[in-house]
Design a protein around this ligand. Structure first.
Ligand SMILES: C[S@@+](CC[C@H](N)C(=O)[O-])C[C@H]1O[C@@H](n2cnc3c(N)ncnc32)[C@H](O)[C@@H]1O
Length: 357
């Protein structure tokens, strides 16, 4: 983007959408903490409790890293890697309704947290129909991954957790895709988004490559229904229910695969199974892009916060994720780990399937 006027307009438009988003979701976070009395409790915990070191992470550091993420997001837009994004948070009415759903659910979450109740969704009706590891109330969420309300609440919960930066983090998975799509006819490429959830990342994929055929795969029928509604305006897009450990697609049928914010929720063996499936469905020369939490040692100042996170949110596999060796897993699947790039509290991991030439 060389035109100074276009650059200024883009910057103003970016700030005009992202800053209110930050204020909206950071505001939710603040109100949530006040309601839970956490502000007072945290002050005590920080002195001598298990979150002591986590609480000591300088808030200025967090806000400075968040600002870096937004600066990177804007730089990508100015470099025309992707267009000025539309977050599609819905009308004011939709946002207020989701806000109500979010706050109404907090007492149930708190109750589960206190009782360490994490298996509500494992019932006679659900057991055996999904992998056991899946049938849990991750983050103490109501309905696990199984209900319509859970799908409707999910994006507010994630954006509150990340102070309105979840979508900006997701967009950091687009530049490595641009590298492999550049100069190619997008209509002849295919992308698979594994564990697509409510479809927010696919929305940014389609905003960038509207004619790219894309598939979203997720094990939750409710989340898939939500994603289909959210993505209804796009053509050449399918959202299918399925297990990422056994992707219902032929070998070498996709040019790119992505998986965001999911590997930390998989047990080690499932992580390996999903990785193997990614390698299988990629064409030679294809690319896998993962985006997920920072791991232990990536940013030493964050280590204590990362260790503390699964104690407060039900994240049974996060501890093993923190030390997972993704380069080694990639090697066993025939993929090459190219690089990682930090994106606030997450990182983008890039893997290629060699062409074999
Ligand atoms: C934390 S959410 C991430 C969703 C989305 N990628 C995002 O950016 O927000 C995890 C998602 O993974 C899905 N999931 C977990 N295990 C799965 C599996 N084995 N196969 C397919 N989807 C799975 C869940 O249903 C849920 O939608």
């Amino acid at each position: 983007m060389n035109d100074p006027l276009a650059r200024t307009v883009t910057r103003v438009a970016y700030m005009a959408t992202q800053l209110p988003r930050f204020a909206w979701y950071a505001g939710h976070d603040y109100v949530m903490r006040r309601l839970a009395g956490q502000v007072r409790r945290n002050a005590t915990l920080r002195r001598d409790g298990p979150s002591a070191r986590a609480g000591n992470l300088d808030q200025r550091r967090i806000y400075s890293d968040l600002a870096d993420l937004l600066a990177q997001d804007l730089a990508n837009i100015e470099a025309e890697i992707y267009p000025l994004p539309h977050d599609h948070d819905g009308t004011l009415f939709t946002r207020l309704r989701r806000s109500r759903l979010f706050f109404e659910d907090l007492p149930a979450i708190q109750r589960r947290r206190e009782r360490k109740d994490t298996r509500e969704v494992m019932t006679a009706a659900t057991a055996g129909k999904r992998p056991d590891y899946y049938l849990q109330n991750f983050h103490h969420q109501s309905g696990g991954w199984l209900s319509e309300d859970s799908a409707d609440r999910y994006d507010t919960q994630v954006e509150v957790l990340f102070k309105g930066s979840a979508n900006a983090m997701r967009r950091q998975a687009l530049p490595p895709l641009r590298e492999v799509f550049a100069g190619r006819d997008q209509r002849r490429l295919r992308l698979l988004d594994i564990a697509c959830g409510t479809g927010r990342f696919l929305d940014f994929v389609k905003q960038t490559w509207p004619r790219l055929p894309a598939v979203g795969l997720d094990l939750s029928e409710a989340y898939c229904r939500h994603a289909r509604r959210h993505l209804a305006r796009w053509s050449r897009l399918n959202v299918v229910v399925g297990n990422a450990e056994a992707v219902p697609a032929p070998d070498a049928s996709f040019d790119a695969a992505t998986c965001l914010f999911t590997f930390h929720e998989l047990p080690p063996q499932a992580r390996r199974n999903v990785f193997r499936e990614c390698a299988r469905i990629l064409k030679p020369g294809g690319r896998l892009v993962l985006l997920d939490s920072l791991q232990r040692g990536d940013e030493p100042d964050y280590d204590a916060m990362l260790e503390w996170f699964p104690q407060n949110y039900h994240e049974p596999y996060y501890g093993s994720y923190l030390g997972e060796d993704f380069s080694a897993i990639a090697r066993t699947c025939g993929l090459v780990h190219l690089r990682d790039a930090k994106a606030f509290v997450s990182k983008v991991m890039v893997f290629d399937k060699p062409t074999g030439r």
